[in-house]
Design a protein around this ligand. Structure first.
Ligand code: HEM
Length: 411
């Protein structure tokens, strides 16, 4: 095995991916990986190119290599899941993508997002109230994990009591979506979760058609532009994406961001000294850059193309290593330093171009609310454990199993 491939296959990549990213960037910024059966792009300009050039780097069929790699005898079993991932916003290219994005954007307006500020703060306060009586708590379990699911469930109009169920389905689907190559038993878990998820959504669509409400599902059901509606398949794939894309990513932004602050006390002190809107917003962007939630993303080569002297052929799989691009010294001075005042900070944590994260404004509301409230309520918060347990099963997501902190509460 090529030494760089051995590094990519090494489970240690999950605990600390940055040394491997650095070697790849320096030695082979566009690397053909036998292990991934695709190109691994790690330089900032390379990853930016793959995001900004949808003609050469397509989203359509981006999960096909995972299905193709399955043994032939199970292809029929996974055909429905394969069909699901052919539809919806993240699996589409223009013109379908343009139409879907315009329709979804109508339901996902800045006004709708702004209206979420107060409810987000209420949820954060309730979650922190529950932590107030304890000397030690797990930020992942008690705050970072429940917050995004409660917020998106409320926004979409998913009944509150279904929240935990949606969270479980969403995590199980994400295990497939974020993996480069999934094991058969993992795929079966994701497949079952996906179809339970879809059935629950179909019930909700029917309810909202009969009885419209002021929520995102109603808006999507009603979304119409020039008489062009979302098909039922597109609606299902898109709602699954909205629910899945916003969960773990936001959880990790909050948890990884807090970890970075607690490991860099001078940065924490600087944020405490100036928690203004602008300073906090700048700090959040640095958290997205420094230890980005979604480390790797995927494209398919749309037409033969050359980057960094490598010839990429139509149909090949491309792994965009966002975490490596965000540490490229060609763009970021002292990239291994966590600097909450870094500006400019053109990180690629939310992607770039036509697929730029639709939920970025929501994540930019949730993360500051969670982090600032936690720091304000618990001014002496500290890490309870030095070592963190990074979840191997989450593939491209940089995700801690737990983040225990100790505190002296102030009331
Ligand atoms: C910190 C949190 C988040 C991170 C790091 C993140 C990251 C990303 C990235 C990198 C992309 C680009 C994917 C691509 O180009 O293939 C993306 C797209 C997307 N994200 Fe997010 N995301 C976050 C939160 C959210 C939230 C809260 C939602 C929804 C509630 C959301 C919904 C979406 C959707 C629908 C797309 C697809 C847009 C398109 O294809 O046009 N994301 N996200």
């Amino acid at each position: 095995m090529h030494p760089l491939d051995a590094l990519l296959a090494d489970p240690a990549l999950i605990d600390d991916p940055y040394p491997t990213y650095r070697r790849l960037r320096e030695e082979a910024p566009v690397f053909w990986s036998e292990h991934m059966n695709g190109w691994v792009v790690t330089s900032y300009d390379g990853v930016l190119r793959t995001f900004s050039d949808p003609q050469h780097f397509r989203n359509g069929g981006r999960f096909e290599p995972v299905f193709d790699a399955l043994p032939a005898e199970v292809h029929a079993e996974f055909a429905p899941m394969r069909r699901h991932f052919m539809h919806g916003i993240i699996g589409a290219d223009p013109p379908d993508h343009t139409r879907m994005r315009a329709l979804i954007q109508k339901a996902f307006t800045p006004r709708a997002l702004d209206a979420m500020r107060a409810p987000v703060q209420v949820i954060v306060d309730q979650l922190l109230d529950d932590c107030a009586g304890r000397d030690e708590f797990d930020v992942v379990r008690d705050l970072a994990n429940p917050l995004p699911v409660l917020v998106i469930a409320q926004m979409m109009g998913v009944p509150l009591e279904m929240g935990p169920q949606f969270k479980r389905w969403s995590d199980e689907v994400m295990r497939f979506q974020s993996s480069g190559r999934a094991a058969l038993d993992e795929m079966r878990i994701s497949h079952r979760a996906l179809f339970e998820f879809r059935a629950a959504l179909e019930d909700l669509f029917a309810q909202r058609r009969a009885e419209p409400r002021d929520d995102l599902i109603t808006a999507l059901v009603q979304a119409e532009e020039q008489g062009d509606r979302l098909s039922q398949e597109e609606m299902l794939a898109t709602c699954v994406t909205l629910l899945v894309a916003g969960h773990e990513t936001t959880t990790n932004l909050i948890a990884n961001g807090l970890l970075a602050l607690l490991r860099n006390p001078e940065q924490l002190a600087a944020l405490r000294a100036n928690p203004s809107l602008t300073a906090t917003a700048t700090a959040i962007e640095e958290m997205l850059r420094y230890d980005t939630s979604l480390q790797r993303n995927r494209r398919i080569v749309g037409e033969d193309v050359e980057i960094h002297g490598q010839h990429l052929r139509k149909g090949q799989f491309v792994m965009q290593v966002i975490g490596a691009a965000n540490h490229d010294p060609a763009v970021f001075r002292e990239p291994e330093t966590f600097d909450i005042a870094r500006n400019p900070n053109p990180h690629l944590g939310f992607g770039r171009g036509i697929h730029f994260c639709l939920g970025a404004p929501l994540a930019r509301i949730e993360a500051p609310a969670a982090l600032l409230s936690l720091l304000e309520r618990f001014p002496h918060v500290q890490l309870a454990r030095e070592q963190q347990d990074w979840r191997r099963e989450m593939g491209a997501l940089r995700s801690m199993r737990t983040l225990y902190v100790t505190k002296i509460p102030v009331f």
